[in-house]
Design a protein around this ligand. Sequence first.
Ligand code: 5GP
Ligand code: ZN
Length: 136
Amino acid sequence: MFTARRTQRSKVCEDEGVGVMPDCIFCKIVNGDIPSTRVFENEYVFAFRDISPQAPVHILVVPKDHIASSIAELSEDNSHFAAKCLEAIAIIAKNEKLSGGFRVISNSGPDSGQTVSHLHFHILGGKPLGAGLVNN
Ligand code: 5GP
Ligand code: ZN
């Protein structure tokens, strides 16, 4: 397990007054208060392996700052953080050699089964995932 080094908050987040949410697991992972297995990090994004993998490759990609609890809270003002996550996903997919393809999921709200209220994207891959998106 890798303990994330403490990183400076991005300049954008300082300017926009967004940051850390107390008691948020993913904020604690980004700050290194909870250990994780890091696979990618830049000024805006932190990515780490899911503790309960649902596929051979299962990575969580999160904005470093707690800018939204889910996609449902994105707007013109903060969607650039989501774009930074998607850019990171493209890099991570290459690094993880997911040339056969992969799936990205972002749960939002109770019906989706979301358990952590810090915007995040799951990358799933490393085997054929099948056509179905929802277990009925
Ligand atoms: P959600 O259900 O909210 O879309 O996804 C939350 C994910 O976070 C789950 O897949 C869960 O396994 C993962 N998770 C929860 N706590 C931890 C943790 O402490 N460390 C890591 N690496 N993953 C976690
Ligand atoms: Zn958070």
